[in-house]
Each structure stands twice: as C-alpha cells, then as structure tokens.
Design a protein around this ligand. Structure first.
Ligand SMILES: [Zn+2]
Length: 315
C-alpha cells in the first residue's frame, strides 16, 4: 500500500493563508523570486506597499498582480488563495460551480477565477518536457499512447465524435511514474505527433509506444522509438510493464472526468488536461501545492474575460 499523500487540511490552510497579509506576503515572495523589474526603466530594484509596487529609480508604480494571470483582479488575495487550495488539493479537478459554492462567491466570479487558475496550470503543463536524465544519472523511459475520449457511449464502436489525445508518462528504472503530458490533437498524423515530440520529448529520449503508425516520428530528430505491436489490444497492465504508467494515467484521467462532468464536452478538454497533468506532476509535494500554483500563476499570461469568451470555452 502506497503512503496516502495529502495536501494541507483546512485548519493548516487557515493558519498559513487565513489573512490578507499572509497571502500578500506569500504572493510577494513568489513575484520577487521571479524578479520584478520596472516595466518602464528596467531597474531590478523595487519596493512593495500594500498591493502596489514602486520602482526605486523612476516614479513608476504598478500592481503586485499585474503581468500575471491575476492581472486587474479586484478580489481579496484570500479568495485567490482559497481557490488555489481547493483547485490543487483534489485529484478530481473541482468544477466552477463547486468552487463558487465553497468560496461563497457568485458563479461568474468563480467561473472566471477557475478559468484563470486552469490557464496558469495549463501554461505550465504545456512547457513540460519528458525523458531528461536526472542528476543521479538515471534516465526515464517515455511511454506514449493514443487515446480517444468521449463520443458515443459504447466503446469499440469506432472513433466518430471522439476527441483525440496523445498521452505520455515517464517511467523511471524503479517503475515509478515521473512527469506526464497530455495534449489534444486534431488527428494522429505524423505532423501532430512530430509537434508533440518537439514540444514535450527531449532529444536523446527513448519513447515506447504500441506501434500506432504516426508515432514512428518519435524515433526521429535525435530520439529513439521502440514499438511494441499489441494487435489492437490494450498492452499488458502489470506494474513495470512497458505501458503500465501511461495506462494508469489514462485510467486516472477517465475516473476524474467522470467525477467532474456528467456530460463530456470536448471544449473543456485542453484546459482540463492541463490542470489534470499539473496536479499529477505536483502530487509528490501535496503540502507545497499552493506555493507551486502561485509560481504558475505568477508566470502565466494575463487572461481577460474577452479572451475566454472568444475561445468559446464555457464551464
Ligand atoms: Zn523604473
């Protein structure tokens, strides 16, 4: 039995982030660590007073949230931090409705908060690369698979209406799962697989797949591809098998999707996958989730309501 990893309890959260001052201090620390140069003169030295930052050289002043996913927020930081706590402490990816109920804010407010934090998680997940050696010299193998999600209920009845996803997970020599990536693709074409490879698999990595044709490109551009043809059947599921980790990832995703949505909707999926992979990639440090999500929020681009509406993504 593996140890149960848990995040902060509500009491621990209250003790660490219960007041506006505590949240502001935590947020300032993250922003200062990333560097807060003056947007006008580039001076790296600045001072903070309340939620404002000032340049020590020129008279430029700006908000402590500007240039991050929290830009232009009117909400207290305690609401943001509580949202981060709720969105990172469950595997099942809390919905916007549930978030609003737990925070005691209106649905539109919860919806926009939810969008912005998922956007921050997704941007970080989009930068994730698999297959790099660790400092000790061990190198993980990358397991990749093609997945069809949603569409018609009866499985095995073809791929009409389904959303295509490339899923990949690292397997360390001891069998344990490392980092994971999942991306929606238009088709399982060579072009889509090559784009996935270039964004998410480091040169020199070894990639194992079940022989899906397009995945041949995983063996190009300095990577090595090992195909195990499974004849259309799911490859073996025992721990340590060549696809155990990616199969576990896909089955965890499917459980989480069922728990979050009554009806599957493909338009939710890219950000859902981003958040799901983000949570999976940080699961080994559950108590540090809020700090990690602050870092993601600080480095994510601004997301305006107009952008969210323009992409037609609701929920
Ligand atoms: Zn300045």
């Amino acid at each position: 039995m593996r140890a149960i990893m848990r995040g902060l309890t509500d009491a621990e959260f209250e003790r660490l982030y219960g007041t506006e001052d505590q949240c502001l201090a935590a947020w300032v620390k993250v922003r200062q660590a990333a560097g807060m140069s003056c947007p006008r003169c580039g001076n790296p030295k600045s001072y903070v007073y309340d939620r404002r930052v000032g340049c020590t050289r020129c008279d430029m002043r700006w908000s402590i949230t500007s240039g991050s996913v929290m830009a232009d927020t009117k909400l207290p930081l305690t609401i943001w931090f509580r949202a981060m706590h709720l969105m990172s402490s469950t595997k099942q990816c809390i919905s916007a409705v549930e978030l609003g109920r737990r925070l005691g804010v209106s649905y539109p407010t919860a919806w926009y908060l939810h969008k912005r934090l998922r956007h921050a998680m997704t941007q970080e997940s989009d930068r994730c690369q698999l297959g790099a050696p660790a400092e000790g010299g061990w190198t993980p193998i990358v397991e990749a698979d093609d997945v069809y999600l949603g569409g018609e209920r009866n499985e095995g009845s073809g791929t009409a209406g389904k959303t295509r996803v490339i899923a990949a997970a690292e397997r360390w020599p001891n069998g344990r799962m490392g980092a994971v990536v999942m991306r929606v693709v238009n088709s399982f074409s060579n072009q889509a697989a090559a784009a996935f490879r270039d964004s998410h698999i480091v040169p020199g990595a070894v990639v194992h797949t079940d022989g899906t044709k397009a995945f041949g490109v995983f063996g190009e551009a300095g990577r090595t591809h090992v195909a195990t043809v499974t004849g259309g059947k799911r490859p073996e599921r025992e721990r340590g098998g060549p696809f155990f980790n990616v199969n576990t990832l896909i089955s965890n995703l499917s459980t989480a999707l069922k728990a979050t949505y009554k009806v599957f909707s493909p338009k939710h999926l890219p950000n859902y996958l981003g958040a799901f992979c983000w949570t999976t990639n940080h699961r080994r440090n559950m108590p540090g989730m809020i700090g990690a999500l602050c870092i993601a929020a600080a480095s994510a681009s601004r997301l305006t309501r107009r952008t969210v509406y323009a992409t037609g993504s609701i929920g």
